[in-house]
Design a protein around this ligand. Structure first.
Ligand code: FES
Ligand code: MG
Length: 604
């Protein structure tokens, strides 16, 4: 039996599909293919199987990741879809990140996961790749890596978990985790209740069942065109989720034949669509950081999408989806109301319908081709509001672009504010110098604070507290919570979980650790102004006073015996931490590593 692949007299056609990619390992292409085949045959593949387009499936299953617990079943279904359509499905692992099991934070590891994803897609002979992710940082990491690798990719998410139940009331991770914990802190729930809640808040595998970061990113993947329209909302434990997986496998084979790559598929218009959806769903503030990082990976889009784009689009995009934390419902309700298909139909007048999708068709063609019968508007089961009667008229996410406190920008989710008067507020700063200081003093009965104070938390930015923890939801001081104070204006350079609510200003840039930061020199008693109408965030200090305090801080940090700051020591740290500390950029650039961006070395 002769195999043309080993005929040394004819040059090997290495432009074909499958195993023929990157045959450079041994100099001799024929020998490289020969070696590759003999090793993969050890897994039992036939020559026939190996002649097919190879669809890689990224497996991010981990026993530490309940949000990804269904991945083994999803992989089975994807493989079925690939193989029924003439491809060969081969799954391979990458890092898996779960929010609760990724110290110091999952954000710290997002860029590592993106590098892992990019390099494994590059390294292996795959014609297209199905990226299976779900938990908050996994989908952006995969998209960032996938864009940089620029082989055809299609996303599949694990899907949201089901809601649980406590004393007849539906509950779900993790908006209700926080609200109930706050009640426990205020003494209105006892230890029995909080233990019972702990059993029910995440009653199934899958991602958090509200409009947190995972759900937001799933919806954004659809809006970008990187995931089929039905892909975002079906519950993790549903058979619909398995059928979506099967059809994703089929789409992947098609994508391999088209060789439609993310840098071709994605345009500025795709990102505009994504931001429209982000605003209309009242999405997570984290998604703003991720979108900046994702755009920054794309040579033709980088620099054309910024925080200002998010704010501009917000002004003309109403909030339509009534989900926690901005509203009342859960992802299962959104799914039952038609999910992204219904939402995109509602948003059609605003969207760029000629943007491409992973099916090879445009978003407009997809919407025209997918059968859809909307629920009656305003029916109790419909958590998607009509464009004409939105839940919130515009700007669910707001970017501060003026004032002296955040010259690089800051973000707030206005739709999740519990006391909207605080969005137009002037108050006295109560400053915490970091998470440890906050933990030590926030519940001190002698803390000089009242309901009008502005709680300022410094040093939880990308470098100052590596990984930029989701500590921006500063708790209401216990003595005020006990008096019934439910919301206060809170400002930090950190992030907040997409499942959280309150009047919280996040991602203040430059971060406090940066010697050029203004946030870093704010002191107790300074007057802070938050003016949402003017997108202004300021501290009432003159430029001279700001400069004086910055100089003073620099001198203090240089004083012999002064503790070294993370900013000063970042060039000396080893390993991944060192890489992170040296390379991470600020929130408005996506907290990506400079050298991974399209503008970085080797980039466009
Ligand atoms: Fe994974 Fe919330 S912890 S999505
Ligand atoms: Mg989260």
């Amino acid at each position: 039996r002769q195999n043309a692949d080993y005929d040394l007299s004819t040059p090997l056609d290495t432009n074909g599909v499958g195993l023929r990619q990157n045959l450079t390992a041994y100099g001799d292409a024929h020998f490289s293919l020969f070696m590759r085949k003999l090793f993969i045959k050890a897994l039992g593949y036939s020559e026939d199987a190996l002649s097919r387009p190879i669809i890689g499936i990224v497996n991010t299953y981990s026993s530490f990741n309940p949000c990804h617990s269904n991945i083994p079943q999803l992989i089975d279904a994807v493989k079925r879809g690939v193989q029924l359509n003439g491809g060969l499905a081969i799954d391979f692992p990458t890092i898996s990140l779960h929010e609760s099991f990724a110290a110091p934070t999952s954000m710290y590891l997002r860029n590592l996961m993106s590098m892992d994803t990019e390099e494994m897609i590059q390294a292996q002979p795959v014609d297209a790749v199905v990226l299976i992710g779900g938990c908050d940082k996994t989908t952006p990491a995969q998209l960032m890596g996938g864009i940089s690798a620029n082989k055809p990719i299609i996303h599949l998410v694990t899907g949201p978990m089901m809601p649980g139940s406590f004393q007849g009331v539906r509950i779900g991770a993790c908006t209700d985790c926080r609200s109930n914990w706050a009640k426990f802190r205020a003494g209105t729930l006892d230890i029995e209740d909080i233990s019972a809640l702990n059993e029910e808040l995440a009653p199934t595998g899958g991602t958090c069942g509200v409009m947190g970061t995972a759900s937001t990113m799933a919806c954004i993947l659809v809006a970008l065109g990187m995931m089929p329209i039905h892909g975002a909302t079906a519950p993790a434990v549903s058979s619909a989720r398995l059928r979506i997986s099967e059809s994703t496998g089929a789409h992947a084979v098609q994508l391999a034949k088209l060789q439609l790559r993310p840098q071709t598929l994605l345009t500025r218009e795709s990102f505009i669509n994504a931001i429209i959806v982000l605003q209309a769903i009242g999405g997570s503030t984290n998604a703003v950081v991720h979108l900046m990082a994702v755009a920054g990976r794309h040579p033709a889009v980088a620099g054309t999408i910024g925080l200002d784009t998010v704010d501009d689009i917000g002004r003309t995009t109403p909030l339509l989806v009534d989900l926690k934390p901005s509203g009342e419902n859960y992802m299962t309700d959104f799914h039952n109301a038609g999910g992204m298909l219904a939402l995109l139909h509602e948003l059609k007048p605003l969207l760029h319908l000629d943007a491409l999708t992973v099916t090879g068709r445009t978003l407009g063609q997809e919407l025209a081709q997918t059968p859809f019968r909307p629920l009656p508007p305003h029916s109790p089961a419909n958590c998607i509001h009509p464009l004409a009667t939105p839940l919130y008229p515009a700007s669910s996410l707001i970017v501060f672009q003026h004032g002296n406190l955040a010259r690089g920008g800051a973000v707030t989710k206005a739709s999740a504010s519990k006391d909207r008067r605080l969005l137009q507020h002037r108050g006295r700063a109560v400053v915490f110098s970091g998470s440890a200081d906050l933990a030590r003093r926030i519940d001190d009965p002698d803390l000089d604070v009242d309901a009008d104070s502005v709680l300022v938390l410094q040093h939880i930015g990308p470098v100052g507290n590596p990984g930029m923890p989701e500590a921006g939801l500063v708790p209401i001081p216990r003595k005020l919570a006990a008096l019934g104070v439910g919301d206060m204006l809170r400002i930090s350079d950190g992030r907040m979980s997409g499942t959280a609510g309150g009047t919280i200003v996040l991602h203040v840039s430059p971060e406090a650790a940066d010697p050029a930061s203004v946030l870093g020199i704010v002191r107790d008693g300074d007057v802070i102004v938050c003016d949402i109408e003017r997108r202004l965030l300021s501290v009432e200090l003159s430029d001279d006073e700001i400069r004086r305090r910055q100089d003073e801080r620099r001198e203090e940090q240089k004083r012999p015996g002064a503790a070294a700051t993370p900013w000063q020591t970042r060039r000396a740290a080893r390993g991944y931490r060192g890489l992170y500390m040296r390379e991470v950029n600020q929130a408005e650039q996506g907290a990506d590593f400079d050298f991974l961006t399209a503008a970085g070395p080797g980039g466009a």
